[in-house]
Design a protein around this ligand. Structure first.
Ligand SMILES: [Fe+2]
Length: 287
């Protein structure tokens, strides 16, 4: 597969590949190697149907489902309404989308977190709406060894209400946000395919082992800043048909504002992490 780099730290664009032609037997191993190596893969002009998008995601693992309905489906990341309009800028739905503008990793607050997100643009706004990414593998390497060693022996607790509460307290009372108890993960996720370590951090972190609240909050803020200096950021300005697959174990991302009176629709499929992806070692042993 022909690739070109997107950023010195991570990410490649993959050229001349029909994603719908990739199968478990033909192409997936190479794609997975690129994913494990580069943490972010961009494919342009790949308008996939929902079924094609789900089929591609399934190659990576089980499809994440946050609902009680077992039907596999895409998650729209969209302000569009059924009557053809958009949700108001101050509506809770819009505020929940705006909370994605905090640096985060998806699904760290779920009992089983995500390995990957496969995100595709369908409708883009006239300006803004980019997604920014950083490598927390490169970011972890930039930290002093003393900090890295401390992090290797630290656990973070994650709660969806933490990031949503930063934007609007009302969001934390919504069932789709408050339904999970805190999750407890190690702060460093080593990739079993290549041994590369990455900081596993998100705007959802609510507590750090052995630290009182104010100290924990300050440290998480400091670590997030250390992961996200401007020169570490890859900014993707979406075109319809673009698809990005990123490694949730080794990156952080955030959305950027757009004119909220315009539609912006991306569709997402998260793939759930498994022990083969290093999940079992991420669980902090009960004390
Ligand atoms: Fe996200």
């Amino acid at each position: 597969m022909k690739t070109t780099p997107l950023h010195p730290d991570f990410g490649v664009e993959v050229h001349d590949l029909d994603l719908d032609a990739v199968t478990a037997e033909d192409g997936y191993a190479e794609l997975r190697h690129l994913f494990d190596t580069h943490s972010l893969l961009l494919f342009r002009n790949q308008p996939l149907s929902d079924a094609q998008h789900l089929r591609l995601a399934r190659l990576f693992g089980p499809i994440e489902n946050r609902t009680d309905d077992p039907t596999e489906r895409l998650s729209p990341v969209s302000n569009a309404t059924e009557d053809g309009g958009v949700t108001a800028a101050d509506a809770l739905h819009t505020l929940n989308l705006i909370a994605n503008q905090l640096w985060h990793t998806d699904s760290t607050f779920l009992p089983v977190p995500a390995l990957a997100n496969l995100l595709q643009a369908r409708v883009v706004s006239s300006s803004g709406g980019e997604t920014e990414f950083v490598s927390t593998r490169a970011g972890f390497k930039r930290l002093p060894e003393e900090t890295r060693e401390r992090l290797r022996h630290t656990g973070f607790r994650h709660d969806y209400k933490t990031s949503r509460g930063e934007i609007a307290k009302e969001l934390t009372r919504m069932a789709i946000i408050s339904k999970w108890p805190e999750q407890h993960w190690r702060a460093v996720w080593p990739n079993p395919a290549n041994g590369e370590e990455a900081l596993y951090i998100a705007s959802h972190v609510c507590a750090v082992d052995g630290m009182e609240q104010a100290e924990a909050k300050a440290w998480v803020k400091q670590l997030t800043a250390a992961m996200t200096p401007p020169e570490a950021v890859y900014t993707h300005a979406w075109e319809p048909g673009d698809l990005i697959i990123w490694d949730e174990r080794a990156t952080m991302h955030r959305g950027r504002p757009w004119p909220y009176d315009e539609e912006r629709t991306l569709v997402s499929v998260c793939v759930t992490a498994r022990d083969v992806d290093g999940l079992a070692k991420m669980r902090v042993a009960p004390t």
